[in-house]
Ligand binder design. Sequence first.
Ligand code: DAH
Length: 351
Amino acid sequence: MNATSKKLISFGIAMIEKLKQIQDEIERKILEKAEDAEQFRLTYLSRKGKLNDLFEEFKAIPNDLKKETGKLMNQVKQLAQDKFNAAKEKFEDTSTITSNKYDLSLPAYPFIAGARHPLLLVEKKIVEIFNKLGFSLAYGPEIEDDWHNFSGLNFPDNHPARDMQDTFFIEKDIALRTHTSSVQVRLMENKKPPIRAIMPGRVYRNEAISARAHCFFHQIEGIYIDKKVSFADLKQTLYYFVQEMFGNDFKIRFRPSYFPFTEPSAEMDISCIICKGKGCNVCKHSGWVEILGCGMIDPNVLQDNGINPEEYSGFAFGMGIERITMLKYDVKDLRMFSINDVRFLQQFESE
Ligand code: DAH
C-alpha cells in the first residue's frame, strides 16, 4: 500500500469517526422550544450545516470505504431530519392549537353591524336630488347671532319668533339657531350670485317634547339667486324634488303663506301618502300634509345682504327632515328619532 492510499484510508476512517460523533451529538441534543429546533436545523440540516460539509468531503473517500461511509451519512442525516420534524410538530402544536391562549373551536362573537340613522338617510337622499339640479352644499353654525337668525332675514324687532318662548337664548343677542335660514344670510354675505345651494343642519326651539314636536330637529334650507329667477323656477324645482323623493302617486298644492324673508311666500302640501288622502292621524284628517315653506326672497333681504334686487332675484325654501322621514317611512312619533332604540334603528340596516 502506498503512502497516498494510506492517507486516503485514514481520511475515510476519520470521516466515519466524525459522523459517529455527530450522530452522538444529535442523539443527545434536547430540543425544548421552537428556537432550539431552528438552531438544530441550521447546525445540521441547512446548506451550511455540518452534514452538508461532510457530503462535500465524501467525494474524496476511497471506493472501498464509500459504501460504509455513505450509508452512515444517510443514517445520520435521516436521524437529524426525524428529530427536527418531531420537534417542529410538537412546537407548532403547543404554540397554537393546544395552548390555552386560543380555543379555535369556540363559536365566533356575533358581529353586529351598525345602521345609518333614518334622518341621515333622508338627508343624504335630499342632498343627492338637489345636487342633480346643480345645488351645492353649505353649512353654518348652530350658535347664531341675532343678525343671521333674525334681522338679516327681515324679521321686525317685535316679531314673535324672537320671543324667549320660542328661542333658546345663550346671551342677549346670541341664541341656538331656530332655523337653517340663517345660513342663507351667511352665504349671501360671502358669495356673489349666482348662488345655488342647500344647507342641512340641526335647529332648536323651546317647545314641549311630544309625538309631533321636539326641542331640536333638522332642516334643509335651499336658495337660488341669479338674474331672472322666477316663481315658476321655484315650483318646478320643488315638483322635481317631491317626485324624486316620493314618486308620482299623490297630489301637490301651494298655499299662500307668510314669512318675513320671502315675498310672495307659500307652503307646499302633498296629499297624505300614508292614507292616500282619505284622512288619518298623520294628516290630521285633512288628507294633506305640509312639507315645506318657500317663496321669492324678499328684495329687502337681498339689499340688506349686499345683493342688488334690481339686478337679481331668487327663491328660497326650507323643510323639516323629520317630517319628510316620517312620511317616507311611516314613523308616527318624532321622539323615535332621538331615543336611540336599536329595535327602531335596526330596521334601516339594509338601506
Ligand atoms: N325658516 C322657515 C321655518 O323654520 C322655513 C322656511 C320658509 C324657509 C320659507 C325658507 C322659506 O327658506 O323661504 O319655518
